[in-house]
Design a protein around this ligand. Structure first.
Ligand SMILES: C[S@@+](CC[C@H](N)C(=O)[O-])C[C@H]1O[C@@H](n2cnc3c(N)ncnc32)[C@H](O)[C@@H]1O
Length: 222
């Protein structure tokens, strides 16, 4: 699983170049959930990739830390966006104290972990009470369709091949069920504010179908 978390090391440069032109819809939807004014907010961009969103949060007023498993992407982020602090680390063990952040934002990343519960525990831990969580993940329905070459058991976790950025990058992801995201544990920690599922034209279009590529959640720490 460590390989899956760090697979971006291999194509960090390609990913970073393609980011700017081929990743528009998820960025647009994320920004509509995070808001356009983060003045005086301390923000963690969890699994920040090449830092493009972290830089955006900085430009709208936030003090931002970007954290990512891939050292190569962290190196690129530091070069591209020197005004933001970037560190290498894992979402399953966030290297910050309890109640450190006003907001945790994470886009197209945490589903790379097999252990969603641990990541929600960590995001909850580092958020201040009342802090904002916005997360965007690959939709389990899309992952179910990506099992096309495998036996289709929705409830069983398997590793699927996932084509992103209009087919320019292929990566591996463990599948998840909706129940791993929405369950008593989540609702005991967070109050849900908004939810949206979105078709992503940058994702592989299997059999020409139109189905949600990702969903996005806005929630508040209780
Ligand atoms: C598809 S990229 C998205 C990057 C960025 N959030 C964006 O939307 O542009 C997924 C990123 O998540 C990182 N990642 C995956 N699993 C992680 C984990 N468990 N902890 C920290 N980073 C992780 C990868 O290294 C990669 O940079």
């Amino acid at each position: 699983m460590n390989d899956i978390r760090t697979q971006y090391d291999e194509f960090a440069q390609d990913f970073s170049v393609n980011q700017e032109e081929k990743n528009q819809i998820n960025r647009f939807e994320m920004r509509s959930m995070t808001g356009t004014d983060l003045t005086n907010q301390k923000v963690l961009d969890l699994a920040c990739g090449d830092g493009i969103d972290a830089e955006y949060y900085r430009t709208i007023g936030a003090t931002v830390v970007g954290l990512d498993a891939s050292q190569s992407l962290i190196d690129i982020a530091k070069t591209k966006y020197p005004s933001v602090e970037f560190i290498q680390g894992f979402a399953e063990n966030i290297p910050f104290e309890n109640n450190s952040f006003d907001a945790v934002f994470t886009k197209y990343a945490i589903m790379t972990s097999p252990d969603m519960k641990q990541i929600f525990n960590e995001m909850f831990r580092v958020l201040k009470p009342g802090g904002l969580l916005v997360y965007l993940v690959t939709h389990p329905f899309r992952q179910f369709i990506e099992r096309k070459k495998l036996a289709s058991d929705y409830f069983k976790q398997v590793i699927v091949d996932c084509l992103i950025l209009e087919g320019t990058v292929e990566l591996k992801e463990p599948t998840h069920t909706m129940n791993e995201y929405f369950n008593l544990d989540f609702f005991s920690k967070f109050e849900m504010i908004d939810y949206k599922e979105v078709w992503d034209p940058a994702a592989e279009q299997i059999n020409g179908g139109k189905y949600p590529g990702f969903f996005i959640v806005k929630a508040k720490k209780k």
